[in-house]
Write a protein that binds this ligand. Sequence first.
Ligand code: 4NP
Length: 144
Amino acid sequence: MKIKSIMFVCLGNICRSPLAEAIAKNIISELNLDIKIASAGTVGYHQNEMACEQSIKTAKKHGIDLTKHRAQKLTQKHIKEYDLFIVMDKTNYRDLKKYKLNMKILGDFGFDGKAVPDPYFTGNIELVFDMIERAIKNMLAELF
Ligand code: 4NP
């Protein structure tokens, strides 16, 4: 199946998946690819909130404006609309397994399936940014 849209998913859609969405959009536009990109959380606790402060700051350092992001929860509409779901960790994977999606862990692309550490709790945000960026580049090289 030709992938025309990718949905990045984490728990809250405030730290990791918003970064993944923004980084992917940047790379995709550099590569002139036509792929729809979005992000969502498996839970709605942070619905309509801005991205977390660490993610906004790190994105800015790398020339990406994340201030317009507003958190959303993954919906049935997304599930019907998107071709590929890229989750940040095994908990996200388990939570979405019942929907039988075309789904991968971002760490499957060059990181032995390792989880993207959650900066909301412990992860070093610079390492998180770097891992997300490298894994997305690997993913795009593999898929397109
Ligand atoms: P994210 O980080 O899944 O990368 O957006 C988190 C955001 C919120 C919570 C946990 C992780 N939370 O427990 O509210």
